[in-house]
Design a binder for this molecule. Structure first.
Ligand code: ATP
Length: 373
């Protein structure tokens, strides 16, 4: 087994392709045993970051260190990391056990140990009874488990996973998510996990790193990133689907009184906005209530589309100034109905309009900083 480490440090890690900066000065410290998710939409640079860690892409700037050892110029196979990709990349002609044992053979582990360790890894991913089959005889989820077993059997000091669940159907994805979390908890392997799925990141990771255009926007625990998104972009990614253009009528401490579309609403100031200025009020659909249920303001809206979602309706409505809002309700509504919507002030985050202010630096976690250049 490779030695464990206490800190993996990314120091201004950068990677450009020609003139395009795919990753810009990423600063991050990952503690041994931690599960970190790199999160962001397609093209934000998360795979680039993972490939830089793996050694598959040379850096164009910065350094990566494992404790005091600089590793960014070490060949991938000598880093002692395990990788799990979106495509399972199994050997089709080998059995499940053969696939899992392959790396151990390459590492010249004694034969008796190979059998024992391969069987143990198969047990962990619950594939013991499929050990003799070939990958082609397995379902997608089972193949992905073989890929995971193959990565963990070597007890790598770092496991890197790039969207490992994205080829699975929804229910299998949920099942495998739990499986990955369980394995992480029982083995304590340090894991860096790339995903564009905020729910996956929130449910799996100890800490999330949100990227945009190669620049880190926020790093924090799931509670921090979900509850206190650092900027408008992160908020949008964390389920704040309503981004309403508003005017700040007055400011009292961090409470802002907002005006728009014949509406009155109070929100929390996230960008030091001043009275008279413009802002964007970010609200999750589940935090907008049909008034009467909640005392926070009054937003008149006309219902346009109603979707049945079992216990709730997902509703799209329009404000008098033409802006659209989305909300959820347990009540009955039909297109054409008029309602007053409301939201608790602490559920309304008010940011500066895009382009008027750089993303806010993050102060939640000491020693981590958002890079805004
Ligand atoms: P996805 O989820 O789609 O893989 P991502 O967030 O992982 O997206 P990256 O693959 O890291 O994004 O890509 C970041 C940016 O770098 C993109 O704009 C991409 O086009 C560019 N890029 C990535 N690899 C290369 C390459 N080999 N040559 C040129 N540009 C590249």
């Amino acid at each position: 087994m490779m030695s464990r480490f206490s800190t993996l440090s990314l120091d201004k890690v950068s990677r450009s392709f020609g003139r395009h900066a795919a990753l810009r000065e990423l600063e991050l410290e990952i503690r041994g045993g931690e599960f970190v998710a790199l999160l962001g939409p397609s093209g934000c640079g998360k795979s680039t970051a993972l490939n830089c860690l793996a050694g598959l892409l040379p850096l164009t700037g910065g350094a990566i260190r494992l404790d005091d050892e600089r590793i960014d110029r070490i060949a991938p196979e000598r880093r002692g990391f395990g990788m799990v990709f979106q495509s399972y990349a199994l050997f089709p002609h080998l059995t499940v056990r053969g696939n899992v044992a392959f790396g151990l053979k390459m590492a010249k582990v004694p034969k008796a140990d190979i059998a024992r360790r391969a069987d143990r890894a198969l047990e962990m991913v619950q594939l013991t009874e499929h050990a003799h089959k070939r990958p082609g005889q397995l379902s997608g989820g089972q193949q992905q488990r073989v890929a995971i077993a193959r990565a963990i059997v070597l007890e790598p000091r770092l496991v890197l996973m790039d969207e490992p669940l994205s080829n699975l159907d929804a229910s299998l994805r949920l099942e495998m998510r739990t499986e990955i979390r369980r394995l992480h908890q029982s083995l304590g392997l340090t894991t860096v996990y790339v995903t564009h799925d905020q729910e996956e990141a929130l449910s799996l990771a100890d800490r999330l790193v949100v990227l945009r255009d190669g620049i880190m926007q926020q790093v924090g625990t799931p509670e921090e990133v979900y509850g206190r998104p650092a900027n408008r972009y992160v908020a949008g990614f964390m389920g704040y689907r309503n981004m309403l253009d508003v005017t700040v009528a007055s400011a009292t401490g961090d409470r802002l009184s907002l005006r728009f579309a014949d509406a009155q609403l109070t929100g929390l100031d996230r960008d030091a906005l001043a009275a008279g200025g413009r802002g964007v009020a970010a609200i999750r659909p589940e935090d907008l209530d049909v008034a009467g249920e909640n005392a926070g303001g009054r937003i008149p809206a006309c219902i346009e589309v109603v979707e049945y979602h079992g216990r709730e309706l997902a509703v799209q409505a329009r404000l008098s100034d033409g802006q659209q809002v989305h909300f959820r309700t347990g009540g009955r509504l039909a297109p054409g109905d008029r309602v007053d919507l409301a939201a608790a002030p602490e559920r309304v985050l008010v940011f500066a309009p895009e382009g008027e202010r750089p993303p806010e630096p993050v102060e939640d976690v000491p020693r981590q900083k958002a890079v805004t250049s």
